[in-house]
Design a protein around this ligand. Structure first.
Ligand code: FE2
Length: 339
């Protein structure tokens, strides 16, 4: 370029574009695996001009990566399902607190870390599902009762390698003590209809196929299946009953999904803005409408399917403790032979 003024102008413009690209993004390391989230990234981009770059992966591996990368990490936000993992992320030191007036207004205190290292985005319940043909729901009551001999050969579960049942067992350790929790896990292992296998949806499918009568399942999968493009899944979900256990006791187990601000976030302002966006009523209703989850923001409306389930009592425990008790839960599963 021979013209020095033009040359300077080009250099300046390139600089402007580079800065604006840097300012206009937020990097999210996410272990959530739902379509609803992609839509919310798009809506955030439309509303703010900020691009959401999602890096997906398995939660413990993402935490490990953020830790290993230290100050040089690209991660601004960590998003995952499961309170135990959120607790583990906090413990590993990769997060920093984020407290703003909007956060305080939008997230009830029992659905976030007491020190704001992570904030709940949605909740889901780990319920008992049953065959509408073969089980009368009046026979159902508690998680504990699933270990009764009357259900021998009838119970379907996924592998204990899955976080959802690890956190369920961790919650029972916290509420009932390790000894009672171990007796429960042993009772379930003795009542299994088959070796643990498949994901949550597969348990409902196995009920429909007559392989067992009862299973543990997260609520949103029922919503996904009822609204699935696959007519077989719709049929399965229609024949599956939902039961919220422990209503006269500690309440149903809550699986929380949440977000934490990474300690070495480079796009801190954008990240906080995205957090506040995700907690605001429209996005909260988006999670519920798109993925059948319960909003954390009390002002957000639930999907009508969730509304139809009525009110129910939920466990009240510090979710971080699910992470603390996770090793004990894993030890119990292996001891009692819940594979
Ligand atoms: Fe899931």
């Amino acid at each position: 370029m021979r013209n020095p003024i033009l040359c300077a102008l080009v250099v300046m413009l390139l600089g402007v574009f580079r800065v604006s690209a840097g300012e206009g993004e937020v990097n999210v390391f996410t272990a959530r695996h739902y379509e609803s989230d992609k839509q919310l990234y798009e809506e955030f981009k439309k509303a703010t001009g900020i691009t959401v770059n999602a890096i997906s992966g398995n939660a413990p591996e993402l935490i490990e990566r953020i830790k290993r990368e230290g100050e040089s990490t690209r991660a601004d936000l960590f998003i995952t399902v499961d309170g135990g993992i959120l607790g583990a992320a906090k413990k590993s030191g990769v997060l920093q607190p984020v407290r703003t007036p909007a956060v305080d207004e939008r997230v009830p205190s029992h659905l976030r870390d007491p020190e704001y290292h992570w904030l709940g985005l949605t909740t889901r319940c780990r319920i008992i599902v049953y065959s509408k043909e073969r089980v009368n729901p009046s026979a159902l009551s508690t998680y504990a009762a699933l270990a009764d001999p009357e259900w021998k050969g009838k119970i379907l579960v996924r592998s204990s390698a899955g976080l959802y049942d690890q956190s369920l067992l961790a919650s029972l350790i916290i509420l009932d003590g390790a000894e009672k929790a171990e007796r429960w896990a042993a009772g379930i292992a003795a009542n299994l209809a088959r070796d643990p296998q498949g994901n949550d949806r597969d348990q409902a499918k196995a009920i429909a196929a007559g392989k067992g009568d009862l299973a543990l399942m997260n609520t949103y999968y029922i919503g996904q299946m009822l609204n699935s493009k696959d007519p077989e899944e719709v049929k399965v979900a229609r024949n599956t009953g939902l039961f919220f256990p422990d209503q006269a006791g500690d309440g149903v187990h809550v699986n929380i999904s949440g977000v934490g601000l990474v300690k070495h976030a480079k796009n801190r302002d954008n990240a906080v803005r995205f957090i506040e966006f995700l907690l605001d009523v429209p996005a909260q209703e988006g999670f519920s409408a798109g993925n059948y989850e319960f909003p954390v923001n009390p002002k957000a409306r639930k999907h009508e399917l969730l509304e139809s389930w009525g009110d129910f009592k939920t466990q009240r425990i510090d979710f971080n403790r699910l992470g603390d008790e996770n090793p004990e839960a894993v030890r119990i599963f292996s001891k009692v032979g819940w594979k």
